[in-house]
Design a protein around this ligand. Structure first.
Ligand code: SF4
Length: 408
């Protein structure tokens, strides 16, 4: 390192921007306690009031059928698999009812790239949700899903986004970013679903259309340290351009049951990665703690390494669980961890506006000691409304041409 830690500390204290070389050097060689101290300093500067936020929402995966076949994913099922599913509108409404009962305000709605769900299905679903639950928010469809819908519908991305907004889309989650470097994406077999430029372009168009979105990074597969930093710098550049990102969330690759296999990065690597992200992403206000992949204890420690948000209460989770991690914290447990770390917990919405104190202190809500799943095991029912949409795959066509039993 050409500059000493003292010199770099002075620059960080002055609010100077780190260069790629400085960030890489710190990420590789700075002591972990030092990275934590600097990240905490920046977090406190951005959030001097000592609050830690979280949102009550539900992570619903509307389908697990996917043609992308990323080799790090344990969640998807190929077209025609007996374990493939598409949730019915009524099933999704029931999940929303349960979410509202727990004080929830939105769905994080993502799914596989299912060739048998046309744009009209998404539009009809969003409209139906908004008709029944006008103030409930849809944080839905990561950039690769938007690219998939754009390709299937042969409509440009801005038009797809405009149609989805017209139907009720409120915000786009930053999933599917993995590492925004095409060398890595090719090795992970996720370049085809969206290149780095395509991912960024969806977010650019979403921001231009007035949506706020999040950004993510999944590390710990084949990428180098330089490529992790390149990912962060590309996000920083787009944030300079649009200012549309609300938050950054990073987590480590979860290897169980995946084609790629391998080992998971350690907790220390997570904390170092989070801390360097806080230093590099100087134009992001919010960093989430990924307790869903790291567990509650590392999630709590994240609050000393740059995170100011505990993410979602996470009533349901299917993707990370498929890869071996099934941590569960309900609101009571999140609040306990936040307060024990010396912060004041506050509920927020998708724009990180404060909604209030913990809801369980205002009224009785059921404890949530286990994460729900998309569907009960063995439930292979096909929603009746799917018959209204044209399928593209041979399996989908067969399914839709035979008499269906209505969804229970
Ligand atoms: S990560 Fe998403 S796009 Fe990739 S295989 Fe899994 S469900 Fe499909």
């Amino acid at each position: 390192m050409n500059q000493t830690l003292e010199q770099l500390q002075a620059r960080i204290e002055d609010g100077d921007r780190l260069s790629a070389g400085e960030a890489l050097s710190l990420y590789r060689t700075a002591p972990t306690w030092w990275l934590g101290r600097m990240a905490d300093l920046v977090r406190r500067r951005k959030h001097p009031e000592g609050l830690v936020t979280y949102i009550i929402d539900r992570n619903v995966n509307y389908t697990n059928v996917c043609v992308a076949r990323c080799n790090f994913c344990a969640f998807y099922r190929p077209v025609g698999s007996a374990e493939g599913y598409v949730l019915g509108f009524e099933e999704i409404f029931r999940k929303i009812d349960e979410t509202i009962a727990l004080g929830g305000v939105q769905l994080l709605l993502q799914g596989g790239h299912n060739p048998d769900l046309p744009l009209a299905w998404y539009e009809d679903l969003f409209r139906a949700v908004k008709e029944r639950y006008p103030s409930f928010k849809l944080h839905a469809l990561s950039p690769p899903e938007v690219v998939h819908i754009s390709r299937m519908s042969k409509l440009p991305v801005p038009e797809v986004i405009a149609r989805l907004i017209g139907a009720g889309l409120d915000s786009i989650p930053g999933g599917g970013a993995e590492i925004l470097v095409d060398r890595v994406r090719k090795l992970l077999n996720c370049y085809g679903k969206a290149s780095a430029d395509e991912w960024l372009d969806v977010m650019r168009h979403a921001h231009r259309a007035g949506l706020r979105t999040t950004a993510t990074m999944m590390y710990g597969t084949v990428e180098t340290d330089e490529e992790r930093l390149e990912h962060m710098l590309r996000l920083r550049d787009l944030q300079d351009e649009t200012g549309g990102f609300t938050a950054f969330i990073t987590w480590s690759y979860q290897p169980e049951h995946t084609e790629r296999g391998g080992r998971e990065a350690t907790g220390l690597e997570y904390l170092r990665t989070l801390a360097i992200a806080r230093l590099v992403l100087d134009n992001f206000d919010n960093l989430q703690a990924s307790w869903v992949t790291q567990g509650g204890k590392v999630g709590q420690l994240s609050l000393a390494f740059g995170a100011n948000d505990m993410g979602s209460v996470m009533i349901e989770e299917n993707v990370v669980r498929a890869a071996g991690a099934a941590y569960c914290m309900d609101e009571v447990e999140i609040v306990r961890n936040v307060e024990d770390a010396g912060f004041v917990p506050k509920r927020r919405n998708m724009h990180y506006e404060i909604l209030g104190d913990p809801i369980f202190r205002e009224r009785d809500v059921p404890r949530q000691l286990e994460l729900a799943t998309a569907r009960a095991a063995g439930d292979s029912s096909v929603p009746a409304e799917l018959l209204n949409y044209e399928a593209r795959s041979a399996t989908g066509k067969r399914q839709r041409n035979r008499p269906q039993s209505p969804v229970a």
